[in-house]
Write a protein that binds this ligand. Sequence first.
Ligand code: UTP
Length: 293
Amino acid sequence: MQKIRKAVFPVAGLGTRFLPATKAMPKEMLPVVDRPLIQYVVEEAREAGIEHFIFVTGRNKSVIEDHFDRQFELELTLAERGKKSDLELLGRDLPGPGTTSFTRQQTPLGLGHAVWCARELVGHEPFALLLPDVLVQAKKGCLAQMIEAYLAIGEAANLIAVEEIAPDLAHMYGVVGVGKRKKQAFEITTMVEKPPRGTAPSNRIITGRYILQPEIFDMLAAQERGAGGEIQITDAMIRLSQRQPFYGLEFEGRTFDCGSKLGFLSANVAYALARDDIAPDFRAELKRLTGER
Ligand code: UTP
């Protein structure tokens, strides 16, 4: 079994649901409490043992590259002012030298296309794919849970994080069919992107964390457009599933779709309530705002 060493972070989308906030600033830099979304997801990958972080960026996204670099002026000023803990924080969050790569998706043709843009950087090995606008709040990171499950399956398969939702919402998501269990995971029998109401094969949806075999790039190379005229990763996975096994993992944790306003606001509340330094005052403030006693 080849180790999962590399992770791909597609960050080239337009983030139209957050306009005008995302006119000049990438959606992935929106903060949840005091860290940008992308930081949480990179941490999750690092915690899972990922050694190389590959970002597929686009125009207006150079700030993401800067975020994962040192900021000498700031560091100097903090040092002069004796702000040791802030300095330590900046150092802790920094990926090691040579562990990041950045490539560009020149036109945002869809998530599948963004992943395909990383093909040369990934090479011929299985890799993790993490969507930075999906946060998973969990004791053990979602990707770490997935890598454990992947190793337990013990074959060169593809593994997708899935979660259960109310059946009447399934038509809004990528949905998988549930087959036999294998260790912590289950065989995926079918995948459908946004099935018409009442036709979904289950209420398990694809949530933004994947372990994929490199053959996915062969499928993506066809550059076929799917839903919304975009090159979709789900379509490529459906094609690959005819040649390779796919498994689903119901991970432990709570997901926030930070690409939507509601998910983003909920994430801010949940992450603030999980922080010892903020939670007591924040809880009291929330009660005041909602009129609760
Ligand atoms: P979304 O589906 O949320 O699209 O992308 P989006 O363009 O960012 O946002 P909306 O729908 O217009 O509000 C999921 C992830 O895939 C990346 C995005 O940056 C986001 O992290 N993505 C999407 C790309 O990198 N390229 C694309 O062409 C599309």
